[in-house]
Design a protein around this ligand. Structure first.
Ligand SMILES: Nc1nc2c(ncn2[C@@H]2O[C@H](COP(=O)(O)OP(=O)(O)OP(=O)(O)O)[C@@H](O)[C@H]2O)c(=O)[nH]1
Length: 878
């Protein structure tokens, strides 16, 4: 037979390991820890010494202590004292047994281990099986223990209330017995004195606990302090001290946590019931210690949740949380959202541990790929992007390489659309991604960096390193891509290549001729000087990188750009990164899917297939995918559709989460209280995804301490009704770039008062929003004539004024519209229509060919033959 360990014997005897160890220490038998194996004779001795006490066990029953910290908080100190001394000796005892003991003792006793082991080993018979059996379902004390162990959980406050409302004396007596006994067993004489009589004052208990907590530091200390400050004692069981241990051993103890949880869930309801029904039953002492350790409850909560949801998880009434926070000076409602950290803090106050819900990114899972077999890989061309500060010549350089002129076609002088093209140097191909030049395109650059192998960092020789140069360096470094520096504009007299080299050296880009490893190529996009060198350097760098991909597999790559074409439908420029994409292949890209109907290369030629590093324009997707999205070749169209559907549903979830306020409770409060939190919601619609991203990024950057810019939605295509309703619901404005609202959207926007702003140049959009944030920009309105009418008769009505009986010649007249009365071509009145009637009824609108009655606001001098014009002020698109 293998030797029994201290903790096993302790469990068998219903004692703590500590007790046994103390006993052994008195007998000069050395045991190192609760895990130490005992000699047979020692085991015998211990069994003899402690065995008989088993009979006394029943006396120790009835330690039913449930407490509601939130109630205690409210209770007067006197009351609390009274209660803690009278009704809660078990609590005191429990705390004494752990709290006043040196901390290392706690450590010695692996609290996390015990319940699990207990459960695991019980059936194997280290403890007589009948013990288990003996413990009837209604073994009240055990359940009572359990409830007590859950003391921190207000969910069982019911039981507590019941306890408090009925006489508790008898149980108190019993507890006294137990206390005496325990004292005999465990306490030092000094301690005994301290604990004698009415029990230990709660203050002491707190001290003990504080000591424990201090040891554990962090949150616990904070909580404690808070409680102390308010002079409140949340008599958290001594087990509270275990929390940090559990935290520290996170992962290792995970299975134990599960045990706890299962235990809680499985047994608590029973326990509650049994407690009420079978109170007089006695407790088996051997369960006691074990149960004490089940005090800790752990809940799994998401990143953001409402107080109500948190309360549900904690199994407390939400008002308890609200109250607790109120006591801390935070006013919250049950529907208010709190972030994980705040929720964790709240839960800790209730002695509940929190674990963050692991969010599985389904999309990421979907896109996961296994490592490829090296043998199947073949050399592929490098994908190069151009980065650098505004006006340093990125477009010109790309253009010089491509020998086409794209600059002239740009609105506002910014490269707005991303494309890609392949250049050939000495038979070697290089794929260039056309990256835009404005800061607005940061996001794309980042994507560019992710999709590229080499970045050409363009630095104007006459300007040197500028902020966006640094930004570009950082992006490239973060993406781990090779940087080749093109020192541009060397044709300029003010060009200073060495200065550029020097400045870049500060960013760890040291030229080869200075002993570094960065390739610097002086070029002039204007004269074409150095371009060949640059291309050669790119080929050399690519060779060093040994770029490879397997062309014989299903294609996979990135969407570089996508837009909706009236004739062709969804047109997406994709960069194949792996495999070969063929016409007819079913593919999915983000929310879009379909079969490749046709493919065009960068020169507009139809192609049948595209291998690694090749950019192609594809037709056939059912929707416009987002730029930067990964596209995957699928087995069949069904698989592609499934992929897209999963993507859509997941994106919705994500969008919802993102739309949820990210502000923490604290922030929200301080900000709101100071009255300086304003949120500017924006819906962005544009003709191409690239612009959406660009506008989004630039607008987000406008956020400052006072106003937070929040992009509620961004998409490609005309502004539609759903955009307007979204903006209306979120009190947002809509920014349209190169798009217009459709008729229903216009109407809805007018009806709901949604501000739609249309732009053709990104700068203007950014400028406007910036201005709006500074002083709320006034919209520019334009008059829109609705219709004309002729006054045919006038009537005088008392209390109303003059009614003009008129005939609508063209257009319409709407209620509340602006009007202008003209007599002989001269405007004699300009104002609002006070009432619009058909016969005796007020109407909303009267159309051409109908007669109606007008009453003008504060104007009665109407004559037959007057011409009335109705118009509306509409906002003019910028
Ligand atoms: N002298 C000279 N001028 C150049 C050279 N390269 C570009 N430029 C000029 O510099 C200006 C900016 O060039 P772009 O190519 O538009 O610069 P960019 O970095 O693409 O600018 P954004 O797209 O606005 O970020 C243009 O007026 C070009 O004509 C060069 O090598 N020499």
């Amino acid at each position: 037979m293998s030797k029994i360990k201290v903790y096993e014997l302790a469990k068998e005897l219903g004692k703590t390991s500590k007790e046994l160890m103390e006993f052994l220490a008195e007998k000069n038998i050395e045991v190192k820890s609760h895990m130490s194996a005992l000699e047979d004779e020692d085991t015998e001795m211990l069994r003899k010494a402690f065995g008989k006490k088993k009979e006394e066990g029943p006396k120790k029953k009835n330690i039913v202590h449930v407490f509601r910290p939130q109630n205690l908080r409210d209770s007067k100190p006197g009351n609390r004292q009274g209660r803690s001394q009278g009704n809660r000796p078990a609590q005191g005892q429990q705390e004494r047994s752990q709290g006043s003991r040196p901390v290392q003792n706690q450590a010695e006793r692996p609290q996390g281990n015990r319940p699990a082991q207990g459960q695991a080993e019980r059936p194997q018979g280290s403890r007589p099986v009948q013990n288990q059996a003996e413990r009837p379902q209604g073994n009240r004390p055990a359940q009572g223990q359990q409830e007590r162990s859950q003391g921190g959980r207000p969910s069982f406050g019911q039981a507590d209330r019941q306890r408090q409302s009925r006489p508790v004396r008898p149980s108190g007596d019993r507890r006294d017995d137990r206390r005496e006994e325990k004292r005999e067993d465990r306490r030092e004489p000094g301690d005994r004195n301290r604990g004698r009589g009415t029990g230990r004052p709660s203050g002491d208990r707190r001290d003990d606990r504080r000591e424990d907590r201090r040891d554990q530091g962090g949150r616990f200390g904070d909580n404690k302090d808070r409680q102390q400050r308010r002079g409140q004692s949340i008599p958290a069981p001594a087990l509270e001290g275990q929390k940090p241990q559990r935290n520290k051993n996170k992962g290792k103890d995970d299975y134990k946590k599960k045990d706890y949880r299962n235990d809680d869930e499985d047994r608590m309801p029973k326990g509650r019931k049994q407690k009420q029904e079978q109170k007089p039953q006695m407790q088996k002492p051997q369960h006691k210690e074990q149960k004490q350790e089940e005090t800790i409850k752990s809940i799994v909560i998401p990143e953001v949740l409402t107080i109500q949801e948190l309360a549900d998880k904690m199994k407390v009434v939400p008002s308890a949380i609200v109250k607790k926070l109120f006591m801390q000076g935070k006013i919250v409602t049950v529907n208010q959202e709190v972030d994980y950290e705040t929720a964790e803090e709240i839960a800790l106050e209730f002695d509940i541990l929190c674990e963050k819900e692991e969010v599985v990114d389904v999309i990421e899972e979907l896109l996961k790929e296994d490592e490829e077999d090296e043998k199947k890989m073949k050399k592929r061309p490098p994908v190069v992007c151009v980065m650098g500060h505004v006006d340093h010549g990125k477009t010109s350089l790309l253009d010089a390489i491509r020998h086409t002129n794209v600059i002239d076609r740009e609105a506002g002088g910014i490269t707005q659309h991303i494309g890609a093209y392949v250049a050939e140097v000495n038979g070697e191909k290089i794929t260039f991604l056309d990256t835009p030049g404005h800061e607005a395109f940061t996001a794309m650059r980042m994507r560019g960096a992710n999709s590229t192998d080499i970045a050409i960092l363009v630095v104007a020789a006459d300007d040197g390193v500028m902020p966006q140069t640094v930004e570009a360096i950082n992006h490239a470094k973060a993406a781990g891509i090779e940087i080749v520096v093109a020192v541009n504009k060397i044709d300029k007299p003010s060009a200073n290549i060495d200065r550029v080299k020097q400045e870049l050296a500060e960013y760890e880009l040291i030229p080869e001729d200075w002993g570094g490893s960065t390739v610097f190529v002086p070029v002039s996009a204007k004269t074409g000087e150095g371009l060949e060198d640059l291309m050669e350097m790119l080929i050399l760098t690519a060779e060093m990188l040994e770029l490879k991909a397997n062309p014989n597999r299903r294609a996979r790559g990135l969407v570089i750009e996508a837009q909706l074409d009236k004739g062709k439908g969804s047109v997406a420029t994709v960069l194949v990164q792996k495999g070969t994409l063929r016409v007819g292949d079913p593919i999915a890209a983000g929310s879009a899917y379909g079969k490749v109907r046709a493919m065009m290369d960068d020169k507009g030629r139809r192609v049948k297939e595209a291998g690694p590093s090749m950019p192609v324009e594809i037709l056939g997707l059912n929707d416009v995918p987002n730029a930067g999205e990964v596209f995957v070749g699928c087995k069949n169209e069904k698989e592609a559709r499934n992929f897209a559907e999963t993507f859509i549903s997941q994106s919705k979830v994500k969008l919802l989460e993102e739309t949820k306020s990210k502000l923490s409770l604290d922030d929200l409060f301080t900000q709101i209280q100071e009255g300086n939190l304003k949120e500017l919601g924006i819906v962005v619609k544009a003709d191409v995804q690239g612009s959406v991203e660009a506008i989004k990024q630039s607008l987000l950057k406008l956020s400052n301490d006072e106003v937070v810019v929040k992009i509620i939605h961004g998409g490609v295509g005309a502004i539609n009704e759903s955009d307007v309703s979204l903006a209306s619901a979120s009190n947002a404005i809509i920014i349209g770039f190169n798009v217009r609202p459709d008729a229903t959207a216009k109407e809805t926007a007018e009806r709901e008062g949604v501000d739609i702003r249309l732009y053709r140049v990104i700068y203007n959009a950014i400028e406007d929003v910036e201005a709006a944030m500074k002083g709320m920009l006034d919209p520019v309105f334009e008059e829109k004539v609705l219709g004309h009418a002729e006054v045919r008769q006038t009537f005088k009505a008392s209390g109303v004024g003059t009614i003009a009986g008129a005939y609508v010649l063209d257009g319409t007249f709407e209620r509340d519209c602006q009007t202008r009365i003209m007599r002989d071509g001269i405007v004699i009145y300009d104002g609002k229509l006070a009432s619009l009637k058909r016969f005796k009824d007020d109407v909303k609108e009267v159309r051409a060919g109908y007669e109606c009655g007008f009453v003008f606001e504060n104007y009665n001098d109407i004559k037959e033959g007057d011409q009335v014009e109705s118009f509306k002020m509409v906002e003019i698109p910028r």
